[in-house]
Design a protein. Structure first.
Length: 151
């Protein structure tokens, strides 16, 4: 499974944003407080289709500067069985999507197209993303399903 590709897709879409309310099945982790809020999040198509493009657009408000060294940890599980854990440098992923680093306080919008790798098995994964700034303060934590279908 190409979890790193899934990770880049998910994180570049959703980091550096947090969810103010459930969006696309995603929910804020219990007992978590982050410094960012999401105004809108669009991921099309739903479900993701292996081998096809996905368009991701998000807008939100950064409440605290996100600095170099910020990281996000993605855990993918099938049922209760963890199948992959990845750690990503947020600034590197954000820069690849056209967002500067450090990421300044204030409104931000990001939009891009990615290809879901053909080799990703179809199924519904449970995803958890926990992001922290370089100083260890939580940026965002959320959980939710990530469904991939075959063409």
């Amino acid at each position: 499974m190409h979890a790193k590709s899934i990770l880049a897709l998910v994180l570049s879409a959703l980091v550096p944003y947090t969810l103010a309310a459930p969006t696309n099945g995603l929910t804020v982790c219990p007992n978590s407080a982050g410094s960012l809020t999401v105004d809108s999040l669009s991921v099309t198509p739903q479900p993701l289709i292996a081998g096809k493009n996905v368009t991701i657009t998000a807008s939100g408000n950064v409440g605290e500067v996100i600095t170099d060294g910020a990281k996000a940890v993605l855990t993918l599980s099938l049922g209760f069985i963890p199948v992959r854990r990845e750690e990503v440098n947020i600034c590197q992923d954000s820069a690849a999507a056209g967002l500067p680093c450090p990421i300044p306080v204030g409104p931000n919008k990001i939009s891009f197209v990615r290809t879901v790798p053909d080799a990703v098995p179809a199924g519904t994964y449970q995803m958890r993303v926990d992001a922290t700034n370089a100083d260890g303060k939580r940026i965002v934590c959320f959980n939710g399903p990530l469904t991939v279908a075959k063409a």
